[in-house]
Design a protein around this ligand. Structure first.
Ligand SMILES: Cc1cc2nc3c(=O)[nH]c(=O)nc-3n(C[C@H](O)[C@H](O)[C@H](O)COP(=O)(O)O)c2cc1C
Length: 339
């Protein structure tokens, strides 16, 4: 197993409209070691769109995985070739997204019905890049329209067996099925029950693969338990709802004894983030979007609501007033909250 696998027991999930470069830049100041993911980007967008806008990032965000969505080998291979020059560490194929838009094109979770085809996609991608190609999938799918029910452990086993035989050595498995019609993407992240034991069993059956579990992890205790069965845990919504929880990650799961990681404080993160956000706003990034990663920065603390209220008002200070309003919002914070 390569270094990039063994070194990353914790990753932060790809999340459309959330895990953009500014979100990642801030998260990287909270956890120096977790593997970060981009939002899902479709292959045609990369082949035909504004590549720098879609793919460029600050090297500080590394290690960083690009997540691709699509179902045609040529476009995926071309996207891999184009993206490699940008400095990503891995490329991941989305086989877990159940949104209508994605299904119209037959990629995302719908790909789980076609393991042989996913194997061909992985082969095409791996031939086009020297980067590791990984897959993020569900434990199964159900589709009334297609009269399809691939929900048994044997279906998951078959998917992993087929795709790993094409050279994929790492799978991130969201431990609930995706229901392809009648359930929104949001409900598809909550309604189908979690079945972590299926993912643990995959690790037992394929001990040489790097198996990372995803879905519903919120506390260090839950993560510890999962890591006694599998190689990694991917964290999604907890990073949005309580980003400061990630400040435990480096010390607890990467065994980092470097002082810099041990002494991270909210003050240190804000001291870095404020000038960064001001610069990005000057470069034209949306002020409303820029402040989002910090919205829940004090989740669970007394003062969290007041901070949210103050921060929400910052973008309305306009382009000229943004810097001052953001600095004032931070200055007004109680020092108990910061150190
Ligand atoms: C707002 C949002 C956007 C998401 N976008 C993606 C995506 O682009 N690609 C993907 O594979 N999963 C996406 N997901 C799913 C997450 O990566 C993850 O699998 C899911 O949230 C379950 O993990 P959690 O319970 O830790 O949040 C998204 C989830 C959320 C909440």
């Amino acid at each position: 197993m390569s270094d990039s696998c063994t070194k990353h027991p914790i990753s932060l999930a790809p999340m459309v409209d959330k895990t953009d470069r500014d979100w990642r830049w801030i998260m990287r100041h909270i956890t120096k070691k977790s593997l970060l993911y981009t939002e899902m980007i479709t292959a045609p967008a990369i082949v035909r769109g504004n590549r720098d806008k879609l793919l460029a990032f600050d090297p500080l965000e590394k290690p960083l995985v690009l997540q691709l969505g699509w179902d045609e080998p040529e476009a995926l291979a071309e996207s891999c070739r184009i993206s490699e020059d940008y400095g990503y560490d891995e490329i991941n194929l989305n086989c877990g997204c159940p949104s209508d838009k994605v299904q119209r094109h037959d990629f995302g979770a719908a790909l789980m019905a076609r393991p042989e085809h996913v194997a061909r996609l992985v082969e095409a991608m791996s031939a086009a890049t020297s980067l590791r190609v990984t897959v993020k999938n569900r434990i199964g799918i159900r589709s009334k329209k297609s009269n399809l029910s691939l929900e048994d452990y044997s279906d998951l086993h078959n998917f992993i067996k087929t795709v790993s035989s094409a050279g994929c050595g790492k799978f991130i498995v969201h431990s609930r099925i995706a229901i392809l019609e009648g359930l929104s993407p949001r409900a598809n992240r909550d309604v189908p029950p979690l079945r972590p034991e299926d993912v643990y069993r995959i690790k037992e059956d394929f001990p040489n693969l790097f198996i990372e579990i995803n879905g519903g992890y919120k506390t260090p205790q839950q993560i510890d338990e999962a890591l006694s069965y599998v190689d990694g845990v991917m964290l999604g919504r907890i990073a949005l709802d309580n980003p400061w929880m990630l400040s435990q990650v480096d010390r607890r799961w990467f065994g980092s004894d470097i002082l810099e990681y041990q002494s991270t404080t909210r003050r240190a993160v804000l001291e870095a983030a404020v000038p960064y956000l001001i610069r990005r706003a000057e470069e034209g990034a949306s002020r409303g979007v820029l402040i989002q990663p910090l919205m829940n920065f004090f989740a669970g603390e007394k003062g969290a609501k007041a901070w949210k209220r103050t921060l929400t008002a910052v973008p309305s200070a306009g382009p000229e007033g943004f810097a001052g309003a953001l600095e004032d919002a931070v200055t007004a914070l109680d020092s108990n909250l910061l150190d």
